[in-house]
Ligand binder design. Structure first.
Ligand code: DGY
Length: 319
């Protein structure tokens, strides 16, 4: 039996799957596990099943010890994991791609609708008890039909968002580091462009690229200034891809029309400049938050950990 440490609460089905074969120590406190407690608990672990709220770095890997074989992140994003530190210690790092694609694209599209149709503003108005009545010019938003969606990062979630946009009658342009299967781009009638062109032509820019040094503040003051003044920015990827100071300024000065955010530079903190603006829809990192999706993520993370512990190739290694 190996020792598996789970760093936070995950669906019970995944815990049971791990427990059927191994000794599992799962943090079940209402709050996130504190760093000291985490460093103490991982000592002697053969596998760590980690949540994106926990930093898996050299200090944590060393606290676990040389027997550690796998870090299985319960997320597709793995910016919380120092993958080179894992590789240097012979530890396999894994993530959960695929299973949260539709849930996250749903939230991206939800934010597109919230921002362009001013849904949050309408809801806040009703709840405020303020008087309102139907009017020709009351809370007017922007239509999506015939407009252009610019997808930054055309992986699975970007493609799924583009598919939804196409169903809403939008045109698609995308920016991608890698070649996308031509049957997919043909189905979406999507045109590959560079970031400059994407920013210039898009009515909605939706971010779906991974976060890392290459994408830190990919969208800053200069990029926001390159967008149309009628355009919207949506981020369901990772907060630090956007310079929030610059975004708050652009939204306040209306150099772009609006934004929809599910992720933040320093979660759970939200930039105070954003909180006071009506033209930004704000969600608390809900991209994958459905019962079905979170269960699938946890089960895939468990399968990843179990495979490595049995000396097999895991289903989703981080390349
Ligand atoms: C992920 O898996 O990276 C998501 O951000 C979790 O919601």
């Amino acid at each position: 039996m190996s020792r598996v440490v789970v760093t936070g609460r995950i669906p019970e089905a995944a815990i049971e799957k791990l427990r059927a074969e191994h000794d599992v120590d799962a943090w079940s406190g209402p709050e996130s596990i504190g760093r000291e407690e985490l460093l103490r608990r991982v000592a002697g672990a053969d596998a760590i099943v980690s949540l994106l709220t926990e930093r898996v770095d050299a200090e944590l890997l060393d606290a676990a010890g040389p027997q550690l074989k796998v870090v299985a992140n319960v997320a597709v994003g793995y910016d919380n994991i120092d993958v080179s530190a894992c590789t240097a210690r012979g530890v396999v790092a894994t993530n959960t791609p695929g299973v949260l694609t539709d849930a996250t694209a749903d939230i991206a599209f939800g934010l597109i609708l919230m921002a362009t149709r001013r849904l949050g503003e309408g809801e806040r108005l009703i709840r405020s008890g303020e008087a309102w009545k139907w009017g020709m010019f009351f809370l007017l938003g922007s239509s999506l039909q015939g407009k252009t969606l610019g997808v930054v990062g055309m992986g699975g979630i970007g493609q799924a968002t583009a598919r939804r946009a196409k169903a809403f009658g939008m045109e698609i342009v995308y920016q991608s580091r890698s070649e996308i299967d031509p049957t997919i781009t043909a189905e979406l009638n999507a045109r590959r462009v560079d970031l400059d062109e994407l920013l210039a032509v898009s009515d909605v820019v939706s971010l779906h690229c991974p976060y890392g040094p290459a994408t830190h503040h990919l969208i800053g003051a200069e990029q926001l200034a390159a967008m149309k003044s009628s355009a919207f920015l949506v981020n369901t990827a990772r907060g630090p891809i956007v310079d929030e100071d610059a975004l708050a300024t652009a939204l306040r000065d209306r150099t772009i029309a609006g934004a929809g955010l599910d992720v933040y530079e320093q979660e759970p903190r939200v930039h105070p400049g954003l909180l006071e603006l009506d033209n930004v829809a704000l969600l608390p990192h809900l991209g994958s938050a459905t019962v079905e999706t979170r269960t699938a993520m946890a089960m895939l993370a468990a399968d990843n950990a179990l495979a490595v512990l049995s000396g097999e190739q895991p289903p989703a290694p981080i390349a």
